[in-house]
Design a protein around this ligand. Structure first.
Ligand code: PLP
Length: 411
């Protein structure tokens, strides 16, 4: 008799986006001519930069002749891309990395989801609330979270509430935790942590022999000087942190798929009898066993991100999205809404007016302004009373949406 992994039965469904789709479909039936603007999507809308397209094309041509054809590549990624990552993403920050500390992959979602596999199930996991759901769900699947409770929490997970009162900065857990997920800049709140904030986490991790799983998928959107671009800018982080980066939001690779994870050889975890063991060879073993590398063509496309033209072109696209973020933020503030994020991230997190719950605000925004956003509760219990809008739309829709919110929303 084949038994299933019953941890999967504990997962709390993909209720959020299914429910959004259902409500939008119902609204469309009742209002067939309504022009709906979607500010809920977490996907980019701009095409790949011309330099990236050129890099991809050249690689496609190489695949057509026997002399330059590539089959299986190194599971960890090609050196040409790893070297660019080290030189452009870390060296300018004063962070030195060796080539075998960078692992190229097909996405941060898979890496951040898979990484927990190399840890014991007994580890206590700490996540922020609200949270990017992958951290939680992959630990549920692994049996690390205990059961789901009526208060919306899993029994064995330490939730760090992030709200307007604490400026969306997670507080150090009172209990001892082993694995800490931090997402900076944050999805969904759009807020960020400074060097001083992060130093506390690195110190905590060192003191408690914990590991920080640092998701920096939105690093390219950082605008403020006191927000670090890498956790390794913080003294001691190379002993306790693994960093996840992605080309998805940085360079529009959401459908093209390329990312990387940094596992310094100095990051140590422990065997049950207290012996130190580096994570780097474990992750290398995990990847070489279960993953066969990112396509050569795609890695050449990612390499082109680092050419002078590529750098300029992706900077322009990020500026475009961040201008959208500014337009949304200023528009909402002008009608008295309380708005967070949108400065170092393409996400705007707003407090629903008059104490409305997140879903009621969803319905209100849809019916009065014909705009779709994402209810904060979809990201965790502490998201109740908040709402997420994204800056990934085009300028015309963004401006139109803001005008509608200003003129049609009754608050
Ligand atoms: C916080 C965060 N991490 C990771 C990802 C996934 O990135 P990738 O496209 O590289 O899998 C996303 C995508 O929305 C995200 O919001």
């Amino acid at each position: 008799m084949a038994l299933i992994n019953e941890n999967y039965l504990k997962l709390q469904g993909s209720y959020l986006f299914a429910e959004i789709a259902k409500r939008v479909a119902n609204f469309k039936i009742e209002n067939p001519t309504a022009n709906i603007i979607r500010l809920g999507i977490g996907d980019v809308t701009k095409p790949l930069a011309p330099a990236v397209i050129e890099g991809l094309h050249k690689a496609v041509v190489e695949m057509a002749s026997a002399e330059t054809f590539r089959g299986y590549g190194p599971e960890q990624g090609y050196q040409f891309l790893i070297q660019k990552v080290i030189e452009f993403d870390y060296k300018p920050l004063g962070v030195s990395l060796e080539e075998d500390e960078v692992f190229i992959s097909d996405g941060s979602k898979s890496d951040v989801g898979n990484f927990q596999e190399i840890f014991q199930t007994e580890n206590v996991v700490a996540i922020t609330d609200p949270v990017y759901p992958v951290y939680l769900d992959t630990n549920v699947m692994a049996g690390r979270t205990g059961d789901f409770q009526s208060d919306g929490h899993f029994g064995k997970v330490v939730y760090m509430a992030c709200n307007a009162e604490n400026q969306f900065k997670p507080e150090l857990p009172k209990e001892k935790v082993d694995l800490i997920y931090l997402c900076v800049p944050n999805n969904p709140t759009g807020t960020a942590l400074t060097r001083t904030d992060l130093k506390k986490w690195v110190d905590y991790a060192k003191e408690h022999h914990a590991i920080i799983l640092y998701d920096a998928a939105y690093e390219a959107y950082i605008q403020e000087d006191d927000v670090p671009h890498s956790i390794y800018e913080i003294e001691g982080a190379k002993e306790v942190a693994v960093e996840f980066r992605s080309f998805s939001k940085k360079a529009g690779f959401t459908g093209t798929r390329c990312a990387f994870t940094v596992v310094p050889k100095s990051v140590m975890a422990f065997t049950k009898d207290g012996k130190e063991y580096p994570l780097n060879p474990l992750w290398n073993r995990r990847q070489t066993t279960k993953f066969n590398g990112v396509p050569y063509i795609i890695q050449r496309g990612a390499e082109a991100v680092y050419s002078p033209e590529g750098q300029q072109q992706i900077r322009d696209i990020i500026t475009y999205y961040m201008t959208n973020a500014k337009i949304i933020t200023e528009g909402l503030k002008s009608i008295g809404l309380q708005v967070f994020g949108g400065v170092n991230a393409p996400y705007i997190w707003l407090k629903t007016p008059n104490g409305m719950d997140s879903w009621s605000f969803f319905d209100k925004l849809l019916s009065e302004a014909h705009i779709v956003g994402t209810p904060g509760t979809g990201f965790g219990p502490s998201g109740e009373g908040y709402f997420r809008l994204t800056a990934f739309g085009n300028r015309e829709n963004t401006e139109d949406a803001v005008a509608r919110i200003k003129t049609r929303l009754k608050i």
